[in-house]
Design a protein around this ligand. Sequence first.
Ligand SMILES: [Zn+2]
Length: 332
Amino acid sequence: MKHFLVNCLWVSASSMMVLAQTPHAPYAPFTARQAELGKELAAKSLEIRRQITDGSAPAEPFRIIGNLYFVGDANGEVFLLTSPKGHIMMGAGAANSTESIQKNIESLGFKMTDVKAILLNHNHGDQSGGAAHMKEKTGAAVMAGFGEIPYMEHGMFNPPAIPVPAATDGRGGRGGGPPRYPPVKVDRALFDGDVVRVGALSVTAYLIPGHSPSSTTFAYTVRDGSRDYKVVEFCCWEYPDDLSQNGYITEASVRHTFETFRKLYPVDIYLELGAYAWGGTLDQPSGTITERMAKLKADGKLFVNREIFNQFSAAREVEFEDKIAKLKTSNH
Ligand SMILES: [Zn+2]
């Protein structure tokens, strides 16, 4: 993901140092041990992420579990939840990965015109850059968190949470410059707890402001054999160190996110936009991103692990409390 925001790496060296001095506990049901493991997961995820040099390069599609498929690019952006009465696509990939994504969908035996809804996590180009193309090819309704829509409809990234000086190289962008991907008309604004239905499929949207104004997590149940699995595609964790300086993230909105973690708990399958942060990718002792994805393709059960969501959530709460505490101390 070529995010321009200053700190996509959510465990910074400075926060880890302060954490060592003033350990905050996550809130029940999450534990301090889970928070420690969550920090390790995040570090592992960053390490794996470095191996993805071209996020929009083609990737092989595969069935994750039940009626849920990965159809995205090398970065791992796009999922397809299928039903006999129509499919839901989550993520649209980058503007230059649409061809390979379409090929993936069709090679699995699905028709583009059977996609009835396209859900977009947030307004950045790796997620929404292909949305206009996908909308045209499928005729599906495009849906996104309400705060993302103005940016999507202008084909631009939201300005960073902490304003940066306008670009002086004539290209603009960082402060909200010219369009960076084909604009897409959004048909439905999603608000917290909204449910999207296509046939028997049902996906619930939860707003998680942070990485963007209303970045959106999608939760749904997938049946495989005789078991139901709760899947969460999380988006997106990112908070600046100095929360007092940002334009749209507040302590109150993050505390709402913590409540959302508890609504989502427990989670059987944890997904993120990037394959480097999928639970199934991280829950392997070793291997390159290519090797890890090949194993997931061969055995979807590798995705099932209830601890991944707990560990990430616990670590995120601790990280945030640490930042808030630091901010309050520096204000004295
Ligand atoms: Zn992004």
